[in-house]
Design a protein around this ligand. Structure first.
Ligand SMILES: NC(=O)c1ccc[n+]([C@@H]2O[C@H](COP(=O)([O-])OP(=O)(O)OC[C@H]3O[C@@H](n4cnc5c(N)ncnc54)[C@H](O)[C@@H]3O)[C@@H](O)[C@H]2O)c1
Length: 450
């Protein structure tokens, strides 16, 4: 099928390249000219495992192209996936101006009728507004538009795997023909009938993903409901951590056992610095605002948000308690991305932590395997080091802020020997407290016996 993708961020690039990987002809566009130039030079504006290889192969075989010419991009597809950003407004509502802008562009540039698919995360009833906008902006032309919602559930760091091997594909549609068209697009994934770039020679024999067909309103709500539920789980684990600290229990032991009950599940039950990134914080906010406008006070989510907001303050308290005065102290930060295996620092807890540490006069050095360039653009005064050992050298404390697996495997005796004061504040409960104590570190973490 001929597909256009509008927006070449995380979701747009993964969607476009994976749709090309499974056999479609895809043209992607973005209103950020520099992004298209970067892509056309064969580089990626983001780090995401496997994406590089998939994009370059799809381009080589001529199934994937990038253009800043919106008219060319819109003309190239019978189906258009909207993947633009929906950042939070001051009020917490989702800013839908990019979606509106794209609707105008599609309506004015289309020479033939199209299926327009919302992949961006949007509040319920956006599909209805999108339909009205497309009709209004294309007034007087002969083209018509169908609209569908197809929320994206990919996780940064495993986005390609998530797209090609999803847990479910949700489509919100108004017509059977739209359902059929989307089923056709996803057929190779639904039947696992494509040359998987991740699992040569054969994918593991897991269950095939269900294709869930709903109304457009339900599909939109499913996305906000899913992300908000994940946020609730994280905040629940964090509240448990605080209680464990007060009562002398170990939150890792508690959440492990809780998670082994299949009704609870083990994922997203990790205590630590809390959730960040471009999705969870803004989606929870937008869901709260959406409920408010529908006349419902979603207190449950407000509490989860509040618990999350307090994580940085709790960590700063731990740092102050351990180091007494922060001003003038050399603090090493390990991890800047909001989660491992990505270079995304949007709403990343370590960045808020850095802001507060610098505000108190601490001297901050940092290392992250992928996210230093993006952080440098925001905090140029931080000293960025080439490896974790240089961050630790001469430091008064080392703060673990992102759970990159390689941090767990560092040469900790070497680090101990090189620090001015061998102290670790483990914001992700990555290390074993007993092992750290055995190495004579002063070790602090969340909700475990220290
Ligand atoms: N990042 C994730 O993990 C993830 C996962 C699922 C859903 N989502 C949702 O998908 C959407 C996109 O997220 P993202 O992380 O890819 O954002 P992003 O900021 O990385 O990408 C958005 C892109 O859209 C472009 N854009 C904005 N307005 C445009 C316009 N009028 N015309 C063309 N291009 C335009 C921007 O330049 C940018 O490159 C958001 O709604 C987000 O909530 C994100």
């Amino acid at each position: 099928m001929r597909i256009s993708v509008v927006g070449c961020g995380y979701v747009g690039l993964v969607t476009g390249s994976c749709l090309a990987e499974i056999g479609h002809e895809v043209m992607c566009t973005d209103n950020d000219e520099s992004k298209i130039q970067t892509l056309n030079k064969g580089k990626l504006p983001i780090y995401e495992p496997h994406l590089d290889a998939i994009v370059s192969r799809a381009r080589q075989v001529g199934r994937l192209a990038f253009t800043s010419n919106a008219s060319e991009a819109i003309g190239a597809g019978d189906v258009i996936f909207i993947c633009v950003g929906t950042p939070p407004l001051e009020t917490g509502d989702a800013d839908l101006s990019a979606i509106d802008g794209v609707a105008r562009m599609i309506a004015t540039e289309s020479q033939s009728s199209k299926l327009v698919v919302e992949k961006s995360t949007v509040p319920v009833q956006t599909g209805q507004q999108l339909k009205r906008a497309l009709a209004a902006y294309s007034h007087g032309t002969k083209v018509s538009f169908r609209v569908a919602s197809n929320p994206e559930f990919l996780r940064e760091g495993t986005a390609v795997q998530d797209f090609l091997h999803p847990d479910r594909i949700v489509v919100g549609v108004d017509e059977v023909s739209t359902e059929q068209q989307l089923r056709e697009i996803y057929k190779p994934v639904l039947e696992r009938n494509f040359n998987c770039p991740l699992h040569a020679p054969k994918c593991p024999p897991t269950v095939l993903p269900p294709f869930i067909v709903t109304t457009i309103n339900s599909a939109e709500l499913i996305k906000h409901a899913s992300n908000s539920f994940l946020a609730l789980k994280i905040s629940y684990a964090n509240a448990l951590a605080d209680l464990c600290e007060r009562l002398g229990a170990d939150v890792e032991e508690v959440t492990r056992a809780v998670g082994l009950d299949p009704r609870n599940g083990p994922n997203f039950l990790r205590a630590g610095l809390g959730f960040g990134g471009f999705c969870l914080p803004k989606d929870v906010q937008a869901f709260i605002r959406l409920a408010e406008r529908a006349g419902m006070d979603f207190g449950l989510l407000k509490e989860a948000e509040q618990i999350n907001r307090e994580r940085i303050a709790r960590f700063m308290d731990k740092a102050r308690h351990a180091l007494w005065v922060l001003k003038g102290k050399q603090i090493g930060i390990l991890g800047l991305a909001f989660k491992p295996h990505t270079d995304d620092v949007r709403f990343s807890p370590p960045l808020e932590l850095i802001r507060q540490l610098l505000g108190e006069g601490a001297l901050v050095s940092a290392y992250d395997p992928q996210a230093m360039e993006k952080t440098r653009a925001i905090y140029p005064t931080v000293r960025y080091e080439a490896d974790p050992y240089s961050v630790a050298f001469g430091a008064d404390a080392l703060l673990i802020c992102t759970e990159w697996p390689e941090f767990a495997a560092l040469d900790w005796p070497r680090i101990h020997a090189s620090m001015a004061r061998p102290m670790i504040l483990d914001g992700r409960n990555l290390l074993d407290p007993a092992a750290m104590k055995a190495l004579a570190f002063e070790y602090h973490c969340f909700g475990r016996n220290e």
